[in-house]
Design a binder for this molecule. Structure first.
Ligand SMILES: C[S@@+](CC[C@H](N)C(=O)[O-])C[C@H]1O[C@@H](n2cnc3c(N)ncnc32)[C@H](O)[C@@H]1O
Length: 289
């Protein structure tokens, strides 16, 4: 641990932020590498005369911050960590950095099932870092979950995150293309969640470089119109869902209406577009018959 005066630290912090970047990313750096939590950071100004203890010296922190600013590399990849809901997850460039808007999927599940629920089977298609499934496995220890991905590297990270976050054993991981790992669960799944790759090809080409140059293409690109994977997931869902089972899909900001029609075409009921916190129709949900 290195000791430094709060005054000196605040001066240094101001200088770093004046070079660019945002407060949220800087807080991730301080938390993960510097060892200063957000709550500690918020309290610093109250007593500027006291001492602060850092896990790494200011030069080491500055080196990472400069790299982030210069190369547009996401701070989460540089620190190897992403905070999502109340989870601290390992991330590398093999997995998508879980987004704040996706956090709402867990609240949608709470709304449908309540916070206490009997035993049931849930599945997540395309788990990436494991964020969604791990949050559900923790919230519902009686549920049995299966999380899949096409990429074994992503599954290795998701598994590591699960073992770090959770003492439960109610989540299993399988590798495979969308529904293929679920052959033995036809008609047996109560809830399916997916945040599949949904960016249309043209939009993908124009993504900011901190996304396009660093995050896995396979996690983002949804074919020509962005709906390639969503279409496949919805069309096959009736084979695997139990009667009255739920499907929750995250989609691109302008795909809600089209995704709703795909649900209806596949004979789902109670189909609804759910807004994210910025009022965008980010999720489509429905119940199979
Ligand atoms: C948008 S990311 C979502 C990751 C994570 N669930 C989240 O919300 O942060 C989509 C995930 O789907 C996976 N994926 C892409 N194509 C797939 C396929 N054909 N079958 C299964 N998973 C696939 C990607 O590897 C990636 O992890």
């Amino acid at each position: 641990m290195l000791s430094i005066s709060v005054k000196e630290f605040l001066y240094w912090k101001k200088k770093q932020l004046s070079k660019g970047g945002d407060h949220r990313s800087f807080a991730v750096l301080l938390n993960c590498i510097g060892g200063i939590s957000n709550s500690e950071l918020n309290l610093l100004r109250i007593n500027p005369e006291r001492k602060l203890y850092l896990k790494k010296n200011l030069e080491q922190l500055e080196f990472i911050w400069d790299n982030h600013l210069l190369n547009s590399s996401p701070i989460q990849y540089l620190c190897g960590v992403s905070f999502w809901r109340d989870l601290k997850l390992k991330v590398t460039d093999k997995v998508l950095i879980p987004r704040p808007e996706t956090e709402l999927i867990i609240d949608i599940v709470f709304k449908i099932f309540g916070k206490q629920s009997q035993k049931l089977i849930f599945a997540e298609l395309g788990t990436g870092s494991g964020a969604i499934s791990i949050a559900l496995a923790l919230a519902y220890p009686l549920w049995d979950g299966i999380a899949t991905d096409i990429d074994q590297n992503a599954l290795d990270i998701a598994t590591e995150n699960y073992l770090n976050c959770c003492k439960e054993t109610n989540l299993k991981f399988y590798c495979g293309h969308w529904w293929t790992p679920f052959e033995s669960l036809k008609g047996k799944i109560d809830l399916v969640i997916s945040n599949p790759p949904y960016i249309p090809k043209d939009t993908y080409e124009k993504l900011p470089k901190e996304v396009k140059n660093f995050e896995p293409k396979i996690a983002l690109l949804g074919g020509e119109d962005g709906l390639k994977h969503i279409r496949e997931i919805i069309q096959k869902a009736p084979l695997f869902l139990k009667e009255k089972g739920w499907l929750i899909i995250e989609n691109h900001f302008d795909q809600g209406e089209k995704v709703k029609q795909l649900f209806i075409k596949s004979k789902f009921n109670s189909v609804e577009i759910v807004n994210d916190l910025s009022g965008v129709g980010r999720f489509t949900i429905g119940r199979y018959k």
